[in-house]
Design a protein around this ligand. Structure first.
Ligand SMILES: Cc1ncc(COP(=O)(O)O)c(C=O)c1O
Length: 380
């Protein structure tokens, strides 16, 4: 029996996987069980920001692994405090809570919003993706994801993407929070307009709700700035993070401003694993490498170069995104392109039949972009 058959026999079939078994990674490259090399432009879906097997990341984790992996949040641990202090600096949020994934960070954001405002209603956007747990799923748009699990949280209203008029109609005095991705990721990389952001903050003055930025995918340099919000200059009340935060080591986080934090009390929310010393060390190492190697700047610069090159490819109709968060519309079958690319040693991802998404490691070089472009252009 090969690995594909063994997987079918032993795992719930929730995933449709590409036919490849990866066993090793180094930098932007992955290796399969036969030693074949692939350029990784998916990076675990916007996760492996500093690349695979970064030596500083590995060393710091190994050292922490030998000292202390886990104690309960009933006690103080140093990496958790150091990480919160570092996040304060780069996010400009005031206080943090650690969890283990993006969906958990959204779950915390929703709970906090209801507690702090005393209101029930959430406003999200069409085509949004915020996760798969019951709360996060309630503010996720896609019918296919929601339907089998209803009833979900109520009330939730979805606003047409980038439609200011529709936003005005759907927000009212019962709104606890508006949740928004600064660039919609799972929908195929669609940036939010400045007009929508401005209107959200205008309406906040009138209706006194909280603004939640879901930065799970857009965080940690992905868009060519530290966070998606930095393209707009607006500071949310609550911010969610995960994905690149631990470079693949599971960690998520919710950041809040001081006026939210002061309304939260002991015992209202918690996590057994959240913020353990190993996960926090992985995250601190990731942020340190992003800073040392100027990866936020590299994301902006290489992203720009990549988008320009992609626009020259025949079957590409439109290229979108910021930094190394790139989406493109094709006039050919995107699934076919993904399959052919894989055979040629290129790992890419499609979000639907016509849309490709590229979210590579932020260490990506110009030569690696050229390698990818050569393969994609040869498919024209
Ligand atoms: C914006 C956003 N929020 C939340 C999530 C859920 O994160 P996780 O898969 O870590 O639960 C994702 C995952 O793709 C996401 O892109």
């Amino acid at each position: 029996m090969d690995w594909f058959e063994r997987e079918r026999n032993s795992l719930i079939q929730f995933y449709r996987r590409q036919k490849v078994v990866f066993v090793k990674g180094k930098g932007c490259w992955l290796y399969d069980e036969n030693g074949k090399k692939y350029l990784d432009l998916v990076a675990g879906i916007a996760v492996v920001a500093i690349g695979h097997s970064n030596s500083k990341f590995v060393e710091k984790i190994c050292k922490q692994l030998k000292n202390l992996v886990h104690v309960s949040n009933l006690y103080y641990t140093i990496p958790q405090i150091l990480l919160a202090e570092k996040l304060k600096e780069i996010t400009k949020m005031d206080k943090f809570f650690f969890c283990n994934s993006g969906t958990e960070s959204v779950e915390a954001a929703l709970k906090i919003s209801r507690k702090v405002t005393g209101k029930k209603k959430f406003v999200a956007f069409e085509n949004s993706f915020h996760g798969r747990t019951m709360g996060a799923l309630s503010v996720t748009y896609k019918e296919k994801f929601r339907k089998p699990f209803e009833p979900l949280l109520k009330p939730v209203e979805f606003v047409r993407f980038n439609d200011v008029e529709d936003l005005r109609k759907k927000v009212d005095d019962d709104t606890a929070a508006i949740i928004i991705e600064p660039i919609q990721g799972e929908a195929g990389v669609h940036p939010v307009s400045r007009e929508i952001m401005e209107e959200i903050f205008n309406l906040k003055e009138k209706h006194d709700f909280l603004v939640v930025f879901d930065e799970v995918q857009t965080g940690f340099g992905r868009t060519g700035k530290w966070f998606g919000k930095d393209h707009f200059g607006f500071q949310p009340d609550i911010m969610t993070m995960a994905k690149a935060m631990g470079n693949g080591f599971p960690i998520g986080c919710v950041g809040v401003n001081e006026s939210v934090a002061e309304k939260l009390e002991v015992g209202e929310h918690a996590s057994t694993f959240g913020g353990n010393p190993l996960a926090c060390t992985a995250s601190l190492a990731t942020i340190e490498v992003i800073e040392e190697q100027n990866l936020v700047e590299n994301s902006a610069k290489i992203g720009e170069y990549f988008r320009r090159k992609l626009e020259e490819i025949d079957f590409v109709k439109e290229v979108r995104g910021k930094g190394l968060m790139i989406g493109m519309e094709l006039d050919v079958d995107a699934e076919e392109v993904v399959k052919k690319a894989l055979e040629s040693g290129l790992v890419i991802n499609n979000t639907d039949e016509k849309t490709l998404r590229l979210v590579p490691p932020l260490i990506l070089s110009k030569d690696e972009v050229d390698f990818a472009i050569e393969i994609l252009a040869s498919m024209s």
